[in-house]
Design a binder for this molecule. Structure first.
Ligand SMILES: *Cc1c(COP(=O)(O)O)cnc(C)c1O
Length: 219
């Protein structure tokens, strides 16, 4: 079942789009079905769950932290995390840098932007992010690498609205790319979930985070 869903999704993905299989709340036995079907990139949104799955599962998995990350929990995932999607403050970035240094790693990060109408979603406003990127403090962070942006659209059936929000994130990406990150490694736009990943790809996503369409709905 899981292998079938996974293959159906992968069949339609353009080559330049990475599929993050969002395995939060799902047991290792189910996640291993996706692993055995060839999937190696998984996303979790809680630190404790991410750490215990990392410890239990094969070591060639790339684990992505896709949820809101508290500064005091960075230390638990710093040794192994492949990509942190939800960076939304300088304080958090400084801690990731500090932990990266401690583990002699450069930790890859995405800047999360607030693109939805809902108040509850985390993320930078553009002006806040620009201020951070222009600061001297930011330039001193050598153990992090910003490789792109991440955002979540409003939870709605209104396709026009969702497209507008994805377009906005794409524009932010282009802006940051031309002003701050001219290097080729700034190449990731993480947008799109089970309900909207096809729209997201049409609007320029290079990384989709899909959970329920692979593993079934969560409680
Ligand atoms: C849970 C989650 C997803 C996946 O959601 P589905 O609708 O199950 O595909 C994607 N991104 C983030 C940040 C999530 O927390």
């Amino acid at each position: 079942m899981i292998a079938d869903s996974l293959n159906a999704i992968k069949r339609d993905l353009p080559e330049n789009v990475t599929l993050v299989a969002v395995s939060k709340t799902k047991p290792v036995s189910l996640i291993m079905e996706a692993y055995d079907a060839g999937q190696r990139v998984f996303g979790e949104n809680k630190v404790q769950e991410l750490v215990s799955k990392y410890e239990e599962m094969p070591k060639d998995i790339q684990w992505h932290m896709i949820g809101h990350l508290q500064t005091n929990k960075v230390k638990y995932i710093a040794p192994f995390v492949h990509l942190i999607h939800g960076v939304d403050s300088l304080k958090l970035l400084k801690e990731i840098d500090k932990q990266g240094k401690k583990h002699d790693r450069i930790i890859k990060c995405l800047l999360q932007f607030h693109i939805a109408e809902e108040e509850t979603k985390f993320g930078f406003d553009v002006s806040e992010a620009l201020e951070m990127l222009r600061s001297d403090v930011f330039k001193e962070l050598l153990n992090i690498e910003i490789i792109g942006v991440m955002g979540m659209a409003t939870f709605t059936d209104n396709e026009t609205q969702i497209r507008k929000e994805f377009k906005h994130l794409k524009e932010i990406f282009e802006h940051l790319s031309s002003e701050f990150f001219k290097n080729a490694s700034f190449n990731t736009i993480s947008m799109g979930m089970s309900g909207d990943y096809k729209l997201a790809i049409e609007e320029g996503s290079t990384m989709v985070r899909v959970g329920s369409s692979i593993f079934g709905s969560r409680n």
